[in-house]
Design a protein around this ligand. Sequence first.
Ligand code: NAP
Ligand code: MG
Length: 480
Amino acid sequence: MPSDWTYAPAPEARDIVTLEERYGLFVGGRWVEPRSGETYTTISPATEEPIAEIAQAGKDDVDLAVGAARDAHENGWSAISPSERAKYLFRIARILQERSREFAVLESLNGGKPIRESRDVDLPLAAAHFFYYAGWADKLEYAFPNRRPQPVGVAGQIIPWNFPLLMLAWKIAPALAAGNTVVLKPAETTPLTALLFCDVVRQAELPPGVVNIVTGDGRTGAELVKHPGVDKIAFTGSTEVGKAIQRELAGTEKRLTLELGGKAANVIFDDAALDQAVEGIINGIYFNQGHVCCAGSRLLVQESIYEPLIGKLKRRLATLRVGDPLDKNTDVGAINSKAQLDRIKELVAAGEEEGAEIYQPPCRLPEKGYWFAPTVFTNVAQSYRIAQEEIFGPVLSTLTFRTPEEAVEKANNTAYGLSAGVWTEKGSRILWMAQRLRAGVVWANTYNRFDPASPFGGYRESGFGREGGLHGLEPYLEFE
Ligand code: NAP
Ligand code: MG
């Protein structure tokens, strides 16, 4: 008989990933040294161990990459038959499936997310995105009848650190399907899966210059935004940087789509199936350590079920396993960076100071690395910073309501408008709510579900433009 019921460690083997000590930039189908001469070290946020040296691309590097993308666009890619383009995308999708374990391990190593999520969510969805857009590549004339769709040209794409490979797929798949070439900048803290993707590009024999990857911090992103040779900017990240990009591009011909932050309401009515709702709340805010733009970070609970629901939620919280991202039993991994951890701590301190009540289950956090225990705030007023600002961490703010009208009013009381959740037995109430919630996505009796066929994007300070579905092709096309 076992003497206790603690889990034995179940680490995923790391040796499936072969890392270089140092990476250059991927330009015109080959690795080049950064002309800037600058590099930085990327680490594992779970242990703070250094894992590789990464190039910090400067102005000249970005210029070289944009030039390579332009050449590739003009000398072949935009003119090859759409069914040929589709073939490359299908190949990329299949290679991602074949190498999914390798990518999942690397994603967890570099970003801190649990292997269970990178393996079961990030990788399958990234491959699905390429499959989905591969299917559209030779059907653009049918997708947009009588509008003569043409590629826009060279797309500059800038992505964040929370879903590194998945955001790359969301950006590159529709751009290539529509006949564009791309220069993509991954986030400073999570460049490695984008760099491994260059090997997939090579394996798929994609013509050189169709995909170019430039690494570096925000300065590299700013150079890409400014570059006159870029026809379209696609940005996913913070509202603050999104606004700066919009200012920079005002008055230019460049097209722009912005996928920014959120502060979603997850609304629980008194007729909802409470145990399922608790699972939805947990998935809504603790998935990927809450580093999710559409996270259900504001819980709105109908007053009559407040006590039992919070009781169930706290009990469930105590069962979450926080720790090694590469352990298959881990539910909550490491916070992506020291900077992000500091921001979470600052907002949590503000919540306590303003008068909210904090609950954290007993859990022992590793000593090295960046960690934050899953947290629930109760007694939160709408004016508190933790009810207004995006925390982007495993922190839930709970408010209550009495009537559906009040729920709508509170849910919409935010500058953002990316997503929302509704939990109720009543179909009519779901529709009533969905019509009134100002959010790009409304989930009903589920949360954080994604499908490449379904458009995703926000209103107001959450940005504009859609990714996924047919909507996701439009920003990459010009119509005659
Ligand atoms: P961020 O600072 O805005 O970074 C996003 C990307 O932009 C990174 O690659 C970043 O480089 C780059 N960047 C930074 N400054 C730039 C500039 N001046 N010009 C051009 N590019 C620049 O965002 P973050 O704080 O890392 O990520 C968290 C935020 O992203 C949250 O607010 C979250 O809601 C939002 N987000 C939104 C979505 C969505 O789909 N709507 C998805 C994920 C995240 P560095 O890596 O060096 O900073
Ligand atoms: Mg940043």
